[in-house]
Design a protein. Structure first.
Length: 451
C-alpha cells in the first residue's frame, strides 16, 4: 500500500486532540525557556524593567527610549496583580495575541490548524516578549471586519510601536484609492491625523535616538548586505510559494515596512523567526487561507513545510539542550526547572538594591534582576565596565524630553554565570575595585569594594 500523506493529515491531524496538543506546547514553550534561564535581558528584561519603573516609580521614560510605545502604560498594570509573575503574564499575553486569529474562526478546525502551524508564530513566541506581537489581533480585525470598528483597530496601531504608524497610513491610503465610495471623508481625516501624528513621533524618536539614524545612510550604500537580506526575506514565503498574491492590499502592507527594515543595518529585522515579522503573519493568513483550505495539494504542502520548521517545539529535550555548565556537569542540570530554582536560591539572600545599576549575564532573567533603574550586559559594553545613558533615565521619576544630559553608569553590583565570569575575569581584576561576595559552580556575585 502506498502511503497517502493527504489522507493521513485528513484523518489524524485535523482533529481536536492534535489541535489542543499543539496549543498546549505553544503556551508551554516560552515558559520552559524562561525556566531554563534562556530568555534574554534584551529585550524581555528591558520590557519587564520598564513596566516595573512605570508602575512603581512613575518613570515613563521607557516609552520613548529606542521606540515609541505608549502601550507600555497599559501593560504596566500587570503589576497591580503581581510583581513576581509579571514576566510569565507577559509571555502568556504574547502567546494569546500571536494566536488570536483562531478565536475569530468559529468552528473551522482546519483553518485554526492552518494558522496555528505557521512556523513564524512558534519562533516569535519562543524568543521572548516583544510588543510587536500585540499588533496581530488588531491587524487581523482591521483586515477582516467590514464595520467601522476596523478604524478603531487601525488607530490602535499607534499605541504599539512607531513602525506601525506606517502600516496604518498604508492601509488608509489603500482604502482612499480603491474604496472611493466607502467612508472617503473618514479615511481622508484619519490619514491627515496619522501624518501629523507621525511627524510628532518622529521628532520624539529622533531626539531620543539620533545615533540610530546615522546607520541608515551607511546601509543605503552597503550593497553586500542586501544579498543576505533578500535571502531572509524569502524564507517566510516558502510555505506559500504556490499562492497567487493577487490582493493589492498585501503589497500596500508589505512594501513600506519591508523597505524601512532594508535600510537599517540589523539583518534580524528581516528574519521571519524574530518579532519584526509579526505584521506579516495575519496578512499571509488572511490572503492565503482560502486557497490552502480549498486544495488538498496546497494544504499538504503547507502543513508539511511548517511541520518541518516547527517539529523541535514538540520535543521536550529541545528546551534544555542549550543548557551547559562550565563545571560539574550533571544530567540533572538538563531538567528545566533546576537551573531557574538554583539561581533563585543563589540570589535570595543577596542584597540587590533596586536603585543600583547592575551588570548581569544576558541569560539571567529573573524578577529580582529587572526591578532596577539600569541594566548592563557584558556583550554590549565594548570592553568597558560602564555605559552612558540619559540622566533622566536614572534619576527622573517623570519623563522629560528636553533633558539631554548624559550620565556615566558604573555598575556597583555584578551577577554573572560562570562562563561570562571566566570570559571577563581579566577585565574585572584589572579594575581592582570589585570583590567576590558569593559563588558556586554556576553563578558568581561581585560587588564594588566601596559598596
Amino acid at each position: 500500500m502506498i502511503f497517502n500523506i493527504d489522507k493521513f493529515y485528513e484523518k489524524f491531524l485535523i482533529n481536536k486532540f492534535f489541535f489542543y496538543f499543539f496549543l498546549f506546547f505553544f503556551f508551554l514553550s516560552p515558559h520552559l525557556k524562561f525556566l531554563n534561564l534562556e530568555l534574554n535581558i534584551f529585550d524581555t528584561g528591558l520590557y519587564a524593567s520598564n513596566l516595573y519603573s512605570i508602575h512603581h516609580l512613575n518613570n515613563f521614560n521607557g516609552i520613548f527610549i529606542g521606540h515609541f510605545q505608549p502601550i507600555l502604560i497599559l501593560l504596566s498594570k500587570i503589576h497591580f496583580i503581581t510583581d513576581k509573575y509579571s514576566i510569565n503574564i507577559l509571555l502568556f499575553l504574547q502567546s494569546v495575541c500571536l494566536i488570536s486569529p483562531i478565536f475569530f474562526l468559529k468552528n473551522s478546525l482546519k483553518l485554526k490548524l492552518i494558522y496555528l502551524l505557521s512556523f513564524p508564530v512558534w519562533y516569535i513566541n519562543f524568543n521572548g516578549f516583544h510588543t510587536d506581537s500585540l499588533i496581530i489581533p488588531f491587524l487581523y480585525l482591521a483586515l477582516t471586519l467590514k464595520s467601522n470598528f476596523r478604524y478603531l483597530c487601525i488607530i490602535s496601531f499607534l499605541l504599539i510601536k512607531e513602525i506601525y504608524i506606517l502600516l496604518a497610513i498604508s492601509i488608509i491610503i489603500y482604502e482612499i484609492i480603491y474604496k472611493k465610495n466607502e467612508n472617503r471623508i473618514i479615511n481622508i481625516l484619519i490619514l491627515f491625523f496619522l501624518l501629523v501624528f507621525s511627524i510628532f513621533v518622529f521628532e520624539i524618536i529622533y531626539i531620543e535616538n539620533k545615533s540610530i539614524f546615522s546607520i541608515i545612510s551607511n546601509e543605503i550604500i552597503n550593497f553586500e548586505s542586501y544579498f543576505n537580506k533578500i535571502f531572509f526575506l524569502t524564507i517566510i514565503f516558502i510555505p506559500y510559494l504556490f499562492i497567487n498574491f493577487k490582493y493589492k492590499l498585501f503589497y500596500f502592507i508589505y512594501f513600506p515596512i519591508t523597505s524601512v527594515y532594508l535600510l537599517f543595518g540589523n539583518i534580524n529585522y528581516l528574519k521571519p523567526y524574530f518579532h519584526y515579522s509579526c505584521y506579516l503573519i495575519p496578512c499571509l493568513f488572511v490572503f492565503c487561507k482560502n486557497e490552502i483550505n480549498n486544495s488538498k495539494k496546497y494544504f499538504t504542502i503547507y502543513i508539511t513545510l511548517n511541520l518541518i520548521f516547527t517539529i523541535n517545539f514538540l520535543n521536550p529535550l529541545f528546551y534544555s539542550s542549550k543548557i551547559k555548565f562550565v563545571e560539574n556537569y550533571n544530567y540533572k542540570n538538563y531538567i528545566y526547572v533546576n537551573r531557574y530554582f538554583n539561581f533563585n536560591n543563589f540570589i535570595k539572600d543577596l542584597n540587590l538594591p533596586d536603585n543600583e545599576a547592575i551588570l548581569v549575564s544576558n541569560d539571567l532573567l529573573h524578577p529580582k534582576i529587572v526591578k532596577r533603574n539600569f541594566i548592563l550586559v557584558p556583550e554590549y559594553l565594548d570592553y568597558k565596565l560602564y555605559s552612558y545613558t540619559s540622566c533622566k533615565n536614572l534619576y527622573k521619576k517623570t519623563f522629560d524630553l528636553q533633558n539631554k544630559k548624559k550620565c556615566k553608569v558604573i555598575p556597583k553590583i555584578i551577577l554573572l554565570n560562570k562562563m561570562d565570569y571566566l570570559k571577563y575575569k581579566n577585565k574585572l581584576s584589572n579594575k581592582n575595585q570589585y570583590k567576590i561576595i558569593k559563588q558556586n559552580n554556576d553563578f558568581i556575585f561581585i560587588k564594588s569594594k566601596g559598596t
